[in-house]
Design a protein around this ligand. Structure first.
Ligand SMILES: [Zn+2]
Length: 351
């Protein structure tokens, strides 16, 4: 294990606080408290500890990590509308993975959102390059921090074929999904309000399933109970969440996703789940700068609005997410950063 800091009770306590911070229901949607309880009951340690520890054990310089995001919202008007919860989290996590390990993140999103996502990645400081060029950057003699952004199919047969090709060709160390619609057992994807939205969303479930078949680590991050990763608590969601076992669409099978990732991180805002994972990597590396900061958060959220991602709650192309302003997200990032910075300092002094 390449971590600089031991996992002991002090460390578990810090991760507990990260878990609690990212699950603090400031948007007041009500479900995250339950999602977190269900997920935490299944495992012995904080959710962010388990996922970040695994990544810290397996990712080395030059490795490829897949990150999928993107939620087309109001798609009946046009599938070009997508929300600001997801892409900023993916971009910041990609930055953190690049910074911690000099690894190469590959982002997957719907084809019509690749351009917009490129702007968001640039705002996080990563140069977007085609895969053949991006994979050369970790060993180049001058620093160039890069990522690739690839589209992933919506249509089932193409998605299954593409998943096999991508996993085979790139052998990623992990597949991480952030705010990505998850299929129920009838392969239907729903909004958290129980409405079907299958035909607009990339079928990332097949990429995750292909990763699982190949024993590649999978992590799902979500905030509503209908995202990939929530399959880990499928039964609890079916029993306790609105539309859990009975949706509004003809499938009648409920919103609870069925694909089970190795790790699940719940959060009040999915972006925050990605920040929790980032925070974990920073802690385990003993380097606060692995985690992004308020200034980067501002740039990323502003660029996301410029790229015409909308706040899924307010419906404005404004630099915020899930009904919270950019200012709140910036403060949130700074609070998390302070927790990591102080903790690393204390752990280093105490030894
Ligand atoms: Zn349904």
């Amino acid at each position: 294990m390449n971590s600089l800091i031991k996992i002991d009770n002090r460390m578990i306590d810090i991760f507990d606080r990260i878990d609690h911070l990212i699950n603090l229901d400031i948007p007041g949607r009500g479900v995250v408290k339950f999602l977190y309880q269900f997920a935490r009951k299944k495992v012995d340690y904080p959710l962010t500890l388990l996922a970040s520890q695994k990544l810290n054990q397996i990712i080395k310089r030059g490795d490829i990590v897949f990150i999928a995001t993107g939620w087309p919202d109001r798609p009946e008007i046009t599938p070009d509308i997508a929300e600001t919860d997801g892409p900023p989290g993916a971009a910041s996590l990609a930055r953190a993975i690049n910074r911690a390990y000099n690894a190469v993140p590959f982002i997957f999103i719907e084809e019509n959102l690749v351009q917009a996502m490129t702007m968001v990645m640039n705002a996080a400081g990563l140069k977007v390059l085609p895969p053949t060029q991006a994979i050369k950057t970790p060993t180049y003699h001058a620093p160039i921090n890069s990522a690739s952004i690839l589209s992933f199919p919506i249509e089932k047969d193409r998605a299954i074929k593409r998943a096999g090709e991508l996993i085979g060709q790139y052998q990623p160390k992990a597949v991480i999904t952030i705010e990505k619609g998850g299929m129920n057992e009838k392969e239907v994807i729903h909004t958290s309000r129980g409405v079907e939205t299958t035909k607009y969303i990339s079928k990332i479930d097949y990429l995750v399933q292909e990763a699982i078949k190949n024993k590649i680590t999978t992590i799902g991050i979500g905030d509503g109970g209908n995202e990939i990763g929530m399959g880990c608590i499928q039964e609890e969601i079916r029993k306790h969440l609105p539309f859990g076992d009975r949706c509004k669409c003809p499938c009648k099978a409920g919103i609870a996703p069925s694909t089970k990732t190795d790790f699940l991180i719940t959060a009040a805002v999915s972006n925050w789940g990605a920040y929790g994972l980032e925070a974990g990597l920073a802690l385990l590396k003993g380097k606060p700068d692995v985690f992004h900061n308020g200034e980067i958060e501002r740039r990323v959220l502003e660029k996301a609005a410029d790229a015409q991602f909308i706040d899924g709650i307010s419906g404005y192309t404004e630099p915020g997410a899930d009904g919270l302003s950019a200012h709140i997200h910036i403060c949130f990032v700074e609070i998390l950063k302070e927790l990591i910075t102080k903790s690393i300092k204390k752990l280093k002094i105490e030894g």
